[in-house]
Design a binder for this molecule. Structure first.
Ligand code: GAR
Length: 227
């Protein structure tokens, strides 16, 4: 049976769109069962509706506790037979209770190279800190915030004149590529978790990261001739 994804969002849903596009292209072999937002006017809900994906707005402010809100989310996810939960720009911390319902089946994307710049507005944090490289991370969700075994990361440069928006847009382009890839690895059962580390098996069961020495190196500012 096709793996069912449940996608939680809070905003514009460009990551959701990249997942939809990967499914349509046939590179990600999964279905989206349901999209849930905690923000009523999140544009991601419109993206989902355009694709005839069931959508729900579940307002966290209407629940007495985090757990009550999460119980509602879990009820919906279960109704739609969701196997894997995807946090695609979902701006709420989830609790141990939620995590215990989907052990090693919840993925998050964070707009920084973890463990740098955890928490809110990682892109702004990176610009203000003055780092020369930043990027995005897809990881399993565990009980700590922006923490859990890392599956894939992508890096980009940070320019001196970058605004928070410039960097956020550059990082989003990476997110849209690495998130569907990570989801696909999980769907295909190719991720092995060992403590806080993950290994991605290639199609012949070898460690994907070890089979290529072609990885490029990003250096910013660029080296001058002779170095
Ligand atoms: C993305 O940049 C994502 O990494 C970030 O929110 C944005 C959502 O964009 N998530 C977090 O900061 C979670 N801590 P999108 O709604 O267009 O996919």
């Amino acid at each position: 049976m096709t793996t069912k994804l449940g996608i939680l969002i809070s905003g514009s849903g460009t990551n959701l769109q990249s997942i939809i596009n990967s499914i349509k292209r046939g590179s990600l072999k999964a279905d989206i069962g349901v999209v849930i937002s905690n923000v009523e006017n999140a544009y991601g809900l419109i993206r989902a509706k355009k694709e005839d994906i069931p959508t729900y707005f579940v307002d966290h402010r209407k629940y007495k506790s985090r757990k009550d809100h999460e119980a509602k989310l879990i009820e919906i996810l279960q109704d739609y037979g969701v196997d894997i939960v995807i946090l695609a720009g979902y701006m709420r911390v989830i609790t141990d209770y939620f995590i215990s319902q989907y052990p090693n089946k919840i993925l998050n994307i964070h707009p920084a190279i973890l463990p740098s710049f955890k928490g809110v507005d990682a892109q702004k944090q990176a610009v203000e800190y003055g780092v020369k490289l930043s990027g995005a991370t897809v990881h399993f969700v565990d009980e700590k915030v922006d923490h859990g075994p890392i599956i894939i990361q992508g890096a980009t440069i940070v320019n001196e004149k970058d605004t928070r928006e410039d960097l956020a847009n550059r990082i989003l382009k990476i997110e849209h590529r690495i998130f569907p890839q990570a989801i696909s690895w999980l769907v295909e059962g190719r991720i092995q978790i060992n403590g806080n580390k993950t290994y991605i098996k290639d199609k012949k069961d070898k460690n994907l990261a070890e089979i290529s020495d072609l990885h490029p190196c990003i250096i910013n500012p660029p080296l001058e001739e002779g170095f």
